[in-house]
Design a protein around this ligand. Sequence first.
Ligand code: NAD
Length: 497
Amino acid sequence: MSVIPHLINGELVTENGRAVDVFNPSTGQAIHKLPLASQATIQKAIDAAKAAFPAWRNTPPAKRAQVMFRFKQLLEQNEARISQLISEEHGKTLEDAAGELKRGIENVEFACAAPEILKGEYSRNVGPNIDAWSDFQPLGVVAGITPFNFPAMVPLWMYPLAIVCGNCFILKPSERDPSSTLLIAQLLLEAGLPKGVMNVVHGDKTAVDALIEAPEVKALSFVGSTPIAEYIYAEGTKRGKRVQALGGAKNHAVLMPDADLDNAVSALMGAAYGSCGERCMAISVAVCVGDQVADALVAKLVPQIKALKIGAGTSCGLDMGPLVTGQARDKVSGYVDDGVAAGATLVVDGRGLSVAGHEEGFFLGGCLFDNVTPEMRIYKEEIFGPVLCVVRVNSLEEAMQLINDHEYGNGTCIFTRDGEAARLFCDEIEVGMVGVNVPLPVPVAYHSFGGWKRSLFGDLHAYGPDGVRFYTRRKAITQRWPQRASHEASQFAFPSL
Ligand code: NAD
């Protein structure tokens, strides 16, 4: 079994100490050992980033952007290799892995615009012989902590932008599928990034706590589950750090009586069961307005769920791979047991699925519940698996109240042909990302990504314009160059025009 190293100061390093196994979820076998960074290892990464910062912050933005142009090319050239690594450790299909990489590359493209993004703001003649401008300066050493479900894309939401803004970065990827994340960081160094500007350290709570506690780390970007997001936000901000912590989700799709049902069903199949439901934007609740829509929806979904092509993610042409770990599979199965016990109607049961040739893999078939009600755990909690819950309501207002009352507010969508209903939904729904006839409204890289309520702790969303604000701090400079012959008398009143 190979050992996956850290990447510190441009070197691949391993350490003796605590380690965990990384599994291939399709076979259920451990394939790599992953060292868990000690506090001392984290400090080495911080020292490297700190040492690299003065030269990097003074590197012209256009030169920083040139590294990102080369990085984009390398990512595209290595798409097959990266997708294979993602699929081997996460379990998602190769096509899905390539899709997440492409969405990650979008963020590198946005970072290529660094000279434009960092131009600042300028005002001439704000007073007599006085000009003023605002500069966006880097913070210094910043860190990112990322989840297992997008090992390529979510880290790419963070460090390309942080780095073109002039910061040095420490990434702590998920311990479940770190190989693609590491390879991508190595490609960034190959693109010409000076050593120490980008570092990757593997680890668990010990590593994360060391990053939180280090005074040199000025900002933390986190993506993962809500309890950990809340913890990192509270502990980081307590220490004066800037923190953006994106958490869990329960995303509802509203089906109106006038929806184009066939297209809505196709959209829901991908959004609920793609990546085995392990997406923070996965649709896990279908809210049907009226029994007629609900009956028709369930009737159309059942055969499609039963026909899902499920197997090892690395085989081609599949719809769904396994869940990431045996523990994740058992947890999702437990939710299905719970839903049955609570009285929901289990219309399709994916429990106990065995895939020929992969009997030890962490597989679960697609599951569908009807007649789910808001007090059930399967409705309230994030399941993070291939389970779709149908909730029946009588009106759009009732559907919206249900969504607004939910503790999470990451994504949502509405399927309708009625512009008035769609507009009301967009205006009044308390969710950060909204789709109209679009099931996974993940914003493109030049907008920003973030939920509301307990799906995000902090003020600024991830990547795009908010990302630039997050990774820079504003300095406002006011400058006077008096004319030689003039004499300025003292002014004791507060300066004004
Ligand atoms: P997780 O919270 O278990 O882990 C995320 C990161 O936190 C990992 O790097 C992990 O090592 C670290 N971590 C875990 N326990 C910790 C602890 N006690 N203290 C400090 N750090 C700790 O999440 P996950 O299972 O990897 O990912 C799935 C979750 O992420 C889901 O809840 C999903 O909704 C969420 N997610 C959210 C978004 C979003 O944009 N809102 C995107 C992707 C995933």
